[in-house]
Structure formats: structure tokens, C-alpha cells
Design a protein around this ligand. Structure first.
Ligand code: ADP
Length: 503
């Protein structure tokens, strides 16, 4: 093409020159040089076009001198000037045009590069048949996509058949394991499983309502049968109301989702391990907690037997002993039940929880630890707090962790100075629980680090406790914060939103 344009330009320029020089017509033949300038756009750049324009101007002047010599006839001068002006104006316009073409070419190239090399599957689709079908249904009285699907449950499938694939990039083929465009086009309807239909339905609704873009997630199948989790967007340009050019981009997030699930799994395992580790630390207290009622059962049993073996058995005392035995046995079984829940791997189960009750329950597991470390406990639980919704075991784990941390922190303090305060109060939209100790506290700059996984200052520490506490509280829609005033001590407080259903 550039070669032919070059030859055509030379031939044309020569013809105009000869005609202009050898004939005596009263017309501005040299104006035709504009065609030469325009042709030059095909074979040269900006400088070349300027050079071609200069040659054309030169040829015009030579013809003028050869034809008219020194005798300046005014008509001829005017004709020559018109020709020169035409060449100059055309050159300016041609250069502008060339610049615009270059910009468009560049953006087209950029688009092609993105289209080809991006990690996202991009499908160029033609929805005009679908749009026409929807329009005709609308004029037949359909009021919404919901209406249409109610009348014809197969409509989603029909709609899928009306979406024509025009082109797709390489990522599309690699994502869907398609050998080429044809194969992909043929299998496309089968790659959209039933589970994807609700999402397609929402997309149809977006089209019905004239929206220009739509975003959703869903599942699709690759040609080799692998199930893909996808995020996709549909862009419907405003200037193409017939929807003949629609860009659908599809991102395969299967691997990311799998990684996320793996992470959750690992986190859950870790939470379990740390819970069991905390329980390990509390074994002595817990053993005592269970042992005490068991010892009570034995003592009361013996006393009951003694009353029975008397020459005149005192049945009143016997039944009182048995009642005390039953109460003791219940206490022991309660403690064991709580322990089992705490060490079980059960998935979180939200129930309606009274935070004060939960604190009291939890204290039975750590009370002995508190006593053996000579910690004075101050309990200040507000009355009339609303209930919150949450998983008892997880929330108990948070409270235990915070109390055990507080007790451990105060281990460095002289015995008379160890005070643990647990305070509940109404918060902005729920309840707040505050656990404060009189330990050494921490540097304010360390506040964020405390909650990072594996941050620990204890020789045997895992550094997971606070990180898990925070994720549990946040999963409940609450916040966990730490503060340490200059006067010493540390205070951990968490808020939990009210149980809307119990309210
Ligand atoms: P671990 O107890 O295994 O170290 P945590 O995540 O529970 O893990 O705690 C991380 C760190 O936060 C602790 O090592 C300690 O330095 C600091 N910390 C936690 N609770 C307190 C507290 N009540 N007072 C002072 N420092 C604390």
C-alpha cells in the first residue's frame, strides 16, 4: 500500500506539473497538488509530508515562472496564490489528521495488547438478538424479567443461546481449556451450569433496566469439566443501544478461593490448638474444679451411709446427704460439659448470649488460677444489659485468653498489687466487656503489634492468643482494643453488637 501510494503520488505530481506548465487554461490546476499531499500520508511521516508539500509548492512556482515569465498577469497570480494556499491548508489539515490517526492507532494497539495479554478472560459479545427479544417481550406486555421467568422457567437458557460470541482473547482459551475460538463458541452454552442461572438472571434484569454495567460472581465449567469460581463484569456501552458490542470479562478466582478456604481452615485449626493449649495451662485449676465436687460426693455419700447404719436410721439426714451428692455431681458434670465444649472442634454456633452469665460461667474455669496467683478479682457487671448474638465457646475463649494474659502479666508484680477487674457495661449499640489488670502494661507503640500473629514476649508463648481473640470478636461484628495508661496496667476491652432478634 505505501509503495503504490508513492508511485501514484509521483505520477500524479508529474502529470499536474506537465499540465500546469504546458497548457494555458485559466484554471488553478496546481490546486490538484493537494491530492499528492494527501497521498503522502500513506507512505511517509510528518516530515515527509512537509517535504512533499514543499516540493508541490516549488513545482507550482516553477510552472508559474515557465508559463508566465516575468510578465505578471493578475489572473494568473491569483490562480497561483489560490493553489499555494490550498496546498498549505491541506498540509496543515493532513498533519492534524495524521496525528489523530496515530493517537487512535495507539489506543487501538493498547486495547489489542490489553485484550490479548491481560490475565482476565475478555469476551466480545453481540447481545443484539437478546436485546431485540427482550424489547419484543416488553412490547407484548412483560413488565419484568421476573414475570418472564415465572411464565417460562427455561427463559434463562433461551437467553444464553441468544448471546453471540464474536471474539475472545487467549486468556479465555487458557482459562476454559478451549483449543480455539470456534470450539469455545460451540461449547459456551454448556459451560454455564445450572448454578450460574440465578446470576445470569440478575444480569438479564440489569439489561432489562437499561443498566450499562453489571458485576457478579458465579460458577462456570471449563471444557475439561473443571468447575471454576468466577468474578465477571458485563460492560454495555451507552452508545450502542442495540447491544451489538458488549464486553464480558471473566476472572477465574478458583485458586484464590481455595487458598482462602485453606487459610480459614488453618486458622480454625490454630484456634483449636490455642484453646487446647490454654486449657493445658489451666489443668491444675480445672482438675481442682472437678475434684472438689467429686470429693463432696464422697463425703456426703459416707455421711449418708453413717446416718443409714445407725440403729435408728435418720432418713431426713440421709435424703439431705443424697441431695447434696446430686448437687455436687451436677456441678462436676457442668464443669466437664463446659470443658468439652471448649476443647471440641465444633463449628461456631451463634446463640443468644447474656454476657454477664457468660463471664460467670467462664470464671468457674479460671477462678482457681486467679486464687493461686493471689490475684484480687473485682467484678462489676452492669444490670439490664441486652443480649448479644454469638458463639458461646468462642466468646468464652476470648474471655479466658484475656484473663490468663492478665494473670500472667501480673506474675511479675508483688503479691499485694495484683488486681483484676472485669467490668461489663452498655456500649453504643451493644455491650462492652473490659478486663483490666495492674501488671506492667505495654508500650503504647506496641498496641498494634500485640494483636499480630506470633508476637509474644513470653518464653513459652505462641503469640496467637490475641490475634485469635481479635478475629473472633471481629467475626461477631465487634471490636477488640488494648490500652495501657502511663500509670501502668493494661486494659483490654471488646464491644459486641446487640442481638437484634432478642431485643
Ligand atoms: P502469648 O500469650 O502466647 O504471648 P498473646 O497473643 O495472647 O500471645 O499475647 C501477645 C503478647 O501481648 C504477650 O506476649 C504480651 O507481651 C502482650 N500482652 C498480652 N496481654 C497483656 C497484658 N494484660 N499486659 C501486658 N502485656 C500483654
Amino acid at each position: 500500500m505505501p509503495r503504490y501510494s508513492l508511485i501514484a503520488a509521483i505520477v500524479l505530481a508529474a502529470a499536474i506539473f506537465l499540465f500546469d506548465t504546458l497548457t494555458q487554461f485559466d484554471v488553478a490546476i496546481a490546486v490538484l497538488y493537494v491530492a499528492v499531499v494527501l497521498l503522502s500520508l500513506n507512505f511517509t511521516g510528518r516530515r515527509g509530508t512537509l517535504a512533499v508539500a514543499a516540493i508541490c509548492i516549488l513545482l507550482t512556482l516553477i510552472s508559474f515562472v515557465v508559463t508566465h515569465g516575468a510578465g505578471m498577469e493578475s489572473g494568473a497570480v491569483a490562480r497561483a496564490l489560490v493553489s499555494l494556499a490550498a496546498i498549505v491548508i491541506t498540509t496543515i489539515l493532513a498533519l492534524r489528521l495524521a496525528a489523530t490517526i496515530a493517537i487512535i492507532g495507539e489506543s487501538e494497539r493498547r486495547y489489542r495488547t490489553i485484550f490479548r495479554s491481560t490475565g482476565v478472560a475478555i469476551l466480545e459479545m453481540d447481545f443484539s438478538a437478546l436485546k431485540a427479544r427482550l424489547d419484543s417481550m416488553r412490547s407484548d406486555g412483560a413488565r419484568s424479567i421476573e414475570d418472564i421467568v415465572r411464565d417460562d422457567p427455561n427463559f434463562v437458557r433461551e437467553a444464553l443461546g441468544l448471546m453471540k460470541l464474536v471474539n475472545a482473547n487467549d486468556t479465555t482459551f487458557s482459562t476454559f481449556k478451549a483449543p480455539n475460538l470456534e470450539a469455545f463458541r460451540e461449547s459456551l452454552p454448556d459451560l454455564t451450569p445450572k448454578e450460574m442461572e440465578p446470576s445470569i438472571l440478575r444480569m438479564l434484569d440489569a439489561i432489562w433496566n437499561g443498566r450499562t454495567n453489571f458485576e457478579s460472581e458465579g460458577v462456570m465449567d471449563a471444557i475439561d469439566g473443571k468447575r471454576l469460581n468466577v468474578l465477571y463484569t458485563v460492560a454495555m456501552p451507552t452508545d450502542r443501544r442495540a447491544l451489538d458490542v458488549v464486553l464480558v470479562s471473566i476472572m477465574d478466582v478458583t485458586a484464590r478461593l481455595e487458598a482462602e478456604n485453606g487459610l480459614h481452615q488453618a486458622q480454625a485449626e490454630l484456634a483449636h490448638v490455642s484453646r487446647v493449649a490454654t486449657l493445658g495451662e489451666l489443668t491444675v485449676s480445672i482438675a481442682h474444679e472437678v475434684n472438689q465436687p467429686l470429693a463432696g460426693v464422697v463425703t456426703n455419700g459416707e455421711a449418708g451411709l453413717r446416718w443409714l447404719r445407725r440403729p435408728e436410721p435418720d432418713l431426713g439426714e440421709v435424703s439431705a446427704s443424697i441431695e447434696r451428692m446430686i448437687a455436687d455431681a451436677r456441678r462436676a458434670s457442668e464443669v466437664i460439659k463446659r470443658l468439652r465444649a471448649l476443647s471440641s472442634k465444633a463449628t461456631p454456633q451463634p446463640t443468644s448470649v447474656d454476657i454477664n452469665e457468660l463471664v460467670q460461667d467462664t470464671l468457674t474455669l479460671v477462678q482457681r488460677e486467679i486464687a493461686s496467683q493471689h490475684v484480687a478479682l473485682r467484678l462489676s457487671l452492669a444490670d439490664g444489659l441486652g443480649r448479644i448474638s454469638g458463639d458461646r465457646v468462642q466468646l468464652q475463649q476470648v474471655i479466658i485468653n484475656l484473663i490468663v494474659n492478665a494473670i500472667q502479666a501480673m506474675g511479675a508484680m508483688p503479691v499485694g498489687y495484683r488486681q483484676l477487674a472485669i467490668l461489663s457495661r452498655a456500649g453504643e449499640d451493644g455491650v462492652v466487656l473490659e478486663i483490666t489488670d495492674t501488671g506492667p502494661g505495654f508500650e503504647p507503640a506496641d498496641e498494634a503489634r500485640l494483636f499480630a500473629a506470633f508476637f509474644t514476649t513470653k518464653p513459652e508463648g505462641m503469640g496467637m492468643g490475641l490475634s485469635i481473640c481479635r478475629s473472633i470478636v471481629e467475626a461477631h461484628g465487634g471490636r477488640l482494643r488494648a490500652s495501657s495508661p502511663a500509670s501502668g496496667g493494661a486494659s483490654f476491652e471488646f464491644s459486641l453488637p446487640a442481638d437484634k432478634e432478642a431485643a
